[in-house]
Design a protein around this ligand. Structure first.
Ligand code: MN
Length: 499
């Protein structure tokens, strides 16, 4: 996680019970936050901003949180009762992620000693309901985490929200460079870029591929030598790609593309990009190897101009990059019908992140007969196994819809004649339901994929963004899924203020 991110914590109280009570609330809050920060479970530091005892204090706190570049979200907790009208103005003006923690300083009831002083102090069961009412009344998006603050399960739910809040903050500054437009006539990868900036925060820019060409041409032989040395440490080389072999020059050209592209994106302060096999004038090959390596570094990527997937790949990377497993752009390619084990081969022409394999990738060079792709270097590997999440965002005309599916990545058979990276997954609960739900929802053939992330991350993201989420899970049925889509259709039609 970006280490200068902060999550602010404010404890609701009031002066009704006297200054001693507020002093105790403050001391307990310090102890909770110290405990949370030292638990080692949370990826972002919590900064305690004190107790809030009046509307003026609440408003000042949220105004500061809203403008602080370090603050990526606020956690609220009502140790004691905090009359919620005092939260109205502050909450109304606040646009960053909000988490309402429903916990209690004391784990249990001290049966022998409990008296009315204890009750008046330890009444989050009471105060958190009052706060919940006003956040609901204001239709304020937020995550409610319930549980004892020392429990790992409680902390893990806070950690998920923190990772999503970090990705959300990152998206508000995300610039996506597109080399070329969407592939001609393709519907699902296109959409309203203005609405995306309003709703999701990121900015999409065009760059002619010609503007990248000089950056690649300026790369020196010494820079290429150095990068080839890095490739030799990390990857196997096919025999015809090794130094001195006939296809090695294509690997060197790809290395120049990687260096030039990285410098170009850094210069533009871009953290995501798209390519197109139809937009390659002046380039020696489609940027396969470069895209794979930059994706593993954290750049969002979408093929054929797919800027929405590029943005989502970047966001999933921010959420999950320091967790084990990896993230990548993927595409549904070919089905393997096999009853309950039916699966879909995920690949692309070239561009899959080596972040999702534990094997040593192999550099190969082959001709790619689509568009102007040419003879391209690429990393070839198979993804490791495990549960993951495939997600996409589509433009439904009146709203953005996120579709997120639980999938199980399994071992494919050897693929000796397929010279691209790939993953093989079973949609959950099975192919019949998982693939049908995705198609009924209008999901893309491209997706942003992550091993470590779960549906909870997608729920938190959709909540913060205020967009529709259709989850496809191990418990999905098509009957429920279709019902949910109909209800959502009505919800977004009626609830204009949320669009
Ligand atoms: Mn594609």
């Amino acid at each position: 996680m970006k280490n200068n991110n902060e999550v602010w914590f404010v404890t609701g109280a009031q002066l009704l019970y006297g200054g001693d009570a507020v002093t105790a609330v403050d001391a307990h809050s310090h102890e909770i936050i110290r405990g949370l920060n030292e638990a080692g479970t949370l990826p972002v530091k919590i900064v305690y901003k004190g107790t809030a005892n009046s509307a003026a204090e609440v408003s000042a706190l949220f105004a500061e949180a809203g403008t602080s570049p370090a603050c990526i979200g606020v956690i609220t907790w009502m140790h004691t009762f905090s009359p919620a009208k005092m939260w109205i103005h502050g909450l109304k003006s606040f646009n960053k992620p909000l988490l309402h923690l429903h916990t209690q300083f004391n784990k249990g009831i001290p049966w022998e000693d409990i008296d009315m002083d204890f009750m008046n102090l330890n009444q989050s069961a009471h105060g958190d309901r009052e706060f919940g009412h006003i956040t609901s009344r204001l239709r304020k998006p937020r995550k409610v985490v319930t549980g004892y603050w020392q429990d790992k399960s409680t902390q893990e739910r806070i950690a998920v929200w923190m990772r999503v809040a970090a990705a959300w903050a990152d998206a508000q500054n995300m610039r996506i460079i597109r080399f070329g437009d969407n592939m001609n006539n393709v519907a699902v990868t296109d959409g309203d870029k203005v609405e995306a900036e309003i709703r999701l925060g990121y900015h999409v820019d065009n760059a002619p591929i010609a503007s990248l060409v000089p950056w690649v041409e300026d790369v020196t032989e010494a820079e290429i030598d150095e990068l080839i040395g890095e490739y030799e440490k990390l990857y196997d080389f096919a025999d015809d790609c090794k130094p001195g072999a006939p296809k090695h020059s294509f690997v060197r050209d790809a290395a120049a593309q990687e260096i030039g592209l990285r410098q170009f994106l850094q210069n533009k302060k871009a953290t995501a990009f798209t390519t197109s096999f139809d937009e390659l004038a002046g380039m020696k090959q489609l940027m396969g190897l470069a895209s794979q390596r930059l994706m593993a570094e954290g750049y969002g990527f979408g093929a054929e101009g797919d800027w929405k997937t590029a943005a989502l790949v970047r966001s999933l990377w921010v959420m999950g990059h320091d967790l084990p497993g990896g993230q990548s752009f993927l595409e549904d390619y070919t089905i393997n019908f096999d009853g309950e084990n039916s699966s879909i081969l995920q690949a692309h022409m070239l561009e899959i992140s080596p972040d999702i394999t534990k094997a040593k990738p192999r550099i190969e060079v082959h001709f790619l007969g689509i568009g102007d792709a040419g003879t391209c270097a690429r990393l070839v590997f198979q993804a490791h196994g495990g549960q993951g999440i495939a997600a996409t965002i589509v433009d439904m005309g009146n709203r953005f819809r996120m579709i997120a599916a639980e999938v199980e990545v399994i071992e494919p058979q050897p693929l000796p004649k397929l010279p691209v990276a790939c993953a093989l997954w079973k949609p959950l609960p099975n192919f019949e339901i998982g693939a049908a739900a995705w198609i009924l929802a209008g999901g893309t053939h491209h997706s942003a994929f992550s091993f470590p992330l779960t549906m909870e991350y997608m729920e938190d993201y959709a909540e913060i963004a205020g967009i529709e989420l259709l989850p496809v899970t191990k418990d999905s049925t098509l009957h429920r899924f279709k019902f949910e889509m109909k209800v959502n259709e009505l919800y977004y039609m009626l609830n204009k203020s949320l669009q």
